[in-house]
Design a protein around this ligand. Sequence first.
Ligand code: CP
Length: 322
Amino acid sequence: MNNLISIEEVDRDGIEAILDRAESFAEVGRRDIKKVPTLRGRTVVTLFYESSTRTSSSFELAAKRLSADLVSVKSAGSSVDKGESLKDTVATLTAYDPAAIVIRHPYAGAAQMVAGWTGAAVVNAGDGKHEHPSQALLDVYTLRRRLGALDGKKIWIVGDVLHSRVARSNLIAFQLMGAEVTLCGPPTLIPRGIEELGCNVTHSLDGIEEADVVYVLRMQFERMEGKFVPSLREYAANYQVDTRLLGPRQLLMHPGPVNRGVEISGEAIDSPQSLVTEQVAAGLVVRMAILYELLAGKPERPTALGEGPAAEAAAPTIGQPA
Ligand code: CP
C-alpha cells in the first residue's frame, strides 16, 4: 500500500492486518511511555481544509506516538487565505521532505490529486462526500473488538447517506468483512441506484430491531444545496434514533460530530449501547497502524515529483473536484 485514498484499495486480508497492528498499538497505549521509535526521523504533514476534531487530533497524536516529526496545517489562518492553490500548498509542504501527507478537503478527488503532486504517501482524511477510509477502518476495528467477525452481522446505516463519505467507505468495508448492510433514510438522502452495490435500502425505521448495529449519520448541511427534508422537526420525527427503538443487545455507532436531538437523541448517544467513545479511541490506534503500514520498513521516497514521468505515473485516476 503506497497511499490510502479509498477503502477499495484494501482487501479483507489487508484490513485484518491493519486491525491486528492496531491491536498491538493499543497495548503500547497502556504503557507508561506510550511511544515507539518506528518513524523517528520521518515527517508527517496533516493538511486540513475542513473542520475536524477527531480525525485531525488522532492523526497528529498517532504520528507523535510513532516518534515522527509533525507539521500540522489548517487552511484557515494559512496562506490558503491569501489565495495559495492546493497544488502550491502541497509543493511548499513537500519541500520539507515529508514521508506522509494526511489531507482533508471539501472536494471529491482532492486526495488523489495530491498524490499526483508529491512523492509522500497520501492519506485521505475525507474528500468531500467521496470517501473517509480511515473512519471505515476504525469502525470495523471497533466492531471486531465487540462482535468478533462481522460475517452475517446486520448493520443499519441511518440518516443522510447521500452527502456522507463515511457511509460510502463504511458500506464498502462492512460488506467486505461479511456484514449485511441496510441503508435507511428519506428518499432524498439515499443515492439513487445504490442497491447495485449489494446493500438493502429502506425509507422507514420499521424493522430496525433486526439490526445488530445501528450506525447513525448526521445531516451534512454544509454539503447541501437546497432543501432535502421539509423540516428538521419532521426529519427527527421519522428518522431520529432514540432509546425506545433500540433493544438491549443492539450496538449504536456514530462517526461524530453528533447533532443531539436531530439524528439521534441525547439519551441514546449517552446510553451504554453507544460505542462513540470507543470509536474515538480506536481512531488513534488504527491511524497509528495506517501510518505504520504506509511507512514503516519502507525506504524514504523522493517526495518532490516535479513534472517528469513519475508525476505522470502518479496522476489522478478519479474524477476532478465535484
Ligand atoms: N468522524 C470525523 O471525521 O470527525 P471529525 O470531523 O471531527 O474529524
